[in-house]
Design a protein around this ligand. Structure first.
Ligand code: ZN
Length: 410
């Protein structure tokens, strides 16, 4: 109801003259430039600083985690946790995991407070009090305790039974857990943090469902989530797998965006559906995991002896295995970002085609630029961006608009 009232006040921003087609043609590059220039300089400086700081934080977070893992190995703490766990018999990998989780969470807490709470407030992106933030972290820790225990137990069972080929069967186990996580995500995990509910306002739901039907999506409902509990970011997503799939709009999007903007976002999310992005991503991540596990399996024995780790099946070696695997993922940052960014770009193209709202898409892109630098260099975009930059996304929309003069008068 509140949303219905607010929506009535959200009117579309005026279209810049260069993007209007009033002159009889549209130059996509000039139209993109005109849109980019509607963003005030101080807003752009702020989001540039936020996003560029993220590059440094990505490196610092990796080094911090590596330091924590090395500390556990060099101090002998990992071996001590293993000795304690071995008294638990069958469930030793779970007992080790719970000790490991508490130790690493405490050692990483200072960085987490700065990165995920203090800095988010500095940039006006968080709505959580410190106590509220700690509560969310506590829930995350409980989820890691439960699901992490299952993963660690399953993976160590595989490593111990198949010491030579564990990396292949371990990949199968990891993919199974990945699918399980995506499957229960919207129905079990998300409700722990937020209150997802069906979107009721027919002025929004009806056009969205028309768009869904037109694109062969058999959906009868759209979901809304109270993301404003945690963040000021405008966002939407596709989640779930094997029967739990759904499209969710966050309340910041619903409160701050006009109907054409919402339709443009929905077109994008439907692109993820129609183009099968969730199953494709699982396959791609499966390849990434298999290569990573093969590397860990090869390198593990070279290092383990110096830290009193007996073999790959010894849980005291978990920090070493994680150090090797996270180093591999860190080096792979540009590849992982590019895998996801390519999907996002395909969803952008699909979304503009489906919604026929190029101006709505350009305008909502400017709102997303509150937390993503608008105009990176081309190498910068390849390395650090898991979504196309604002400039790329607006250009996608303006290229489409330039070729569709029938949409100009709207
Ligand atoms: Zn997307």
């Amino acid at each position: 109801m509140l949303i219905a009232l607010l929506l009535a006040t959200q009117v579309s921003q005026p279209v810049p003259p260069a993007a209007s087609g009033a002159s009889g043609s549209i130059d996509p590059i000039a139209a993109t430039r005109a849109y980019l220039e509607t963003l005030p300089a101080e807003k752009r400086e702020k989001s540039d600083a936020y996003f560029e700081g993220g590059y440094v934080l990505h490196l610092v977070s990796f080094l911090w985690t590596a330091g924590v893992l090395l500390l556990l190995l060099y101090s002998g703490l990992s071996a001590k946790m293993r000795d304690r766990a071995e008294r638990a018999g069958r469930f030793q990998s779970v007992v080790y995991w719970l000790q490991f989780l508490v130790a690493t969470t405490l050692l990483e807490l200072p960085l987490a407070i700065y990165r995920d709470w203090y800095r988010e407030h500095q940039y006006g992106l968080s709505n959580l009090t410190f106590a509220g933030w700690l509560g969310e972290e506590g829930k995350g820790l409980a989820i890691s305790a439960v699901f992490g225990s299952l993963v660690v137990m399953a993976l160590y069972a595989v490593v111990r039974r198949l010491p030579r080929t564990w990396w292949i069967w371990g990949t199968v186990v990891a993919i199974a857990f990945l699918i399980f996580g995506v499957w229960i995500g919207p129905v079990v995990i998300q409700p722990i943090f937020n209150n997802p509910k069906r979107l009721e306002d027919q002025r929004v739901v009806a056009p969205i469902l028309r768009l869904a039907r037109a694109n062969g999506i058999n959906a009868s409902e759209v979901w809304e989530i109270d993301a404003s509990k945690q963040t000021t970011r405008v966002s939407a997503n596709v989640s779930g797998f094997l029967g739990t799939e759904r499209i969710t709009l966050n309340d910041n999007l619903l409160n701050r965006c006009s109907l054409p903007e919402i339709e443009a976002v929905m077109g994008h999310e439907m692109g993820h559906f129609v183009l099968h992005h969730v199953p494709l991503l699982i396959v791609q991540l499966g390849v990434v995991i298999a290569i990573g596990f093969a590397l860990v399996s090869r390198l593990f024995d070279r290092f383990r002896a110096r830290w009193n780790v007996r073999d790959a099946g010894d849980v005291a070696g978990l920090p070493l295995a994680l150090l090797l695997f996270s180093s591999y993922l860190f080096v792979l940052t540009p590849v992982l970002n590019t895998i996801i960014r390519a999907q996002e770009n395909a969803a952008d193209v699909f979304g503009v085609n489906a919604s026929q709202q190029p101006d709505g898409f350009a305008q909502v892109t400017l709102k997303l630029s509150e937390y993503r630098k608008l105009e990176p260099g081309s190498l910068e975009e390849i390395v650090f961006y898991d979504h196309p930059s604002g400039r790329t996304r607006i250009l996608t929309a303006m290229r489409w608009k330039a070729e569709h003069p029938e949409t100009w008068s709207r």
